[in-house]
Design a protein around this ligand. Structure first.
Ligand SMILES: Nc1ncnc2c1ncn2[C@@H]1O[C@H](COP(=O)(O)OP(=O)(O)O)[C@@H](O)[C@H]1O
Ligand SMILES: [Mg+2]
Length: 256
């Protein structure tokens, strides 16, 4: 059985004038297998967040269906966690308490063990008592990822989770996420407007068009990990996606 199945999903929002409507998504079909890492890329404003919010149950599609584990999605479900771009952590809780937030049902000892494991996994050991305002943006994102993992969800939805970070931190976070995903075997559906990020992370990249967005192409990224940003295989996949999105790169230009 597939983990996520998006079937003929279309979305319109009401426009400013009466009866006006904005077509955002048009007949989107996609599937995500168990344990798969799928990225959705597309230009800003094309409807990526809208699609992820529909899949996660925060928004209702105008038409079409989303099935997760074979069941129609009608509302958010705690078995699936959403990681936002920023401000996902609770400012009044320290790192330990943030990571343990969803673990109320466990005993104290179990909780502490789980929290320590994930704090260690995101390389924040030693910062257990720090509050979010004492951390850098990259560290706060690590807290949020640790919290998402500690809750042991089946699926993690990520909407440009590294978008607010500086370039080097972003590179490190991508590498860490791949390593964690490989050891935890979660299903991840990850939205980004950054083509290079998508090629570095994903098993498959769904390339969306401009609004009203369709899925223009599905690119299999069958490259070994960790991936090198200058390997020929990587550049070929990247350039393919640029081409689908109607952009071309000349030698020497960078993509971001
Ligand atoms: N609640 C809403 N009401 C009206 N228009 C919306 C709403 N949410 C998003 N939109 C519009 O839908 C389009 C897609 O938005 P979004 O999904 O956020 O794009 P992306 O995440 O790809 O940048 C944009 O034009 C945006 O203005
Ligand atoms: Mg968005």
């Amino acid at each position: 059985m597939t983990a996520v199945s998006i079937r003929n999903v279309s979305m319109r929002f009401a426009g400013k004038k009466n009866g006006d409507s904005i077509r955002v998504l048009e007949n989107i079909d996609a599937e995500v297998a168990h344990g798969e890492f799928v990225c959705i890329v597309g230009p800003s404003g094309c409807g990526k967040s809208t699609l992820l919010n529909i899949v996660a149950g925060f928004l209702k599609a105008t038409s079409g269906d989303v099935l997760v584990e074979g069941e129609p999605v009608i509302a958010p479900d705690p078995r699936r966690i959403f990681v936002f771009q920023e401000n996902g952590v609770f400012p009044w809780l320290n790192v330990h308490e943030n990571v343990g937030f969803g673990l109320r049902k466990q005993t104290r000892a179990q909780r502490d063990q789980t929290i320590a494991r994930y704090i260690d996994m995101v390389s924040l050991a030693g910062f257990e008592n720090a509050y979010p305002h004492e951390l850098s943006g990259g560290m706060r994102q690590r807290v949020e990822i640790a919290r998402a993992l500690a809750a042991n969800p089946d699926i993690i939805y990520m909407d440009e989770p590294f978008g607010a970070l500086d370039f080097l931190t972003r590179l490190k976070m991508r590498a860490d996420l791949v390593r964690i995903w490989q050891s935890e075997k979660k299903t991840i559906l990850f939205v980004t407007h950054d083509i290079e990020e998508a090629v570095q992370l994903a098993d498959r990249v769904l390339v969306m068009s401009n609004r009203p967005a369709t899925i223009q192409e599905v690119v299999d990224v069958d490259l070994p990990r960790p991936r090198h940003l200058d390997s020929p295989g990587y550049l070929e996949k990247r350039d393919r996606i640029f081409k689908v999105m109607g952009m071309s790169l000349r030698v020497g230009e960078t993509a971001t």
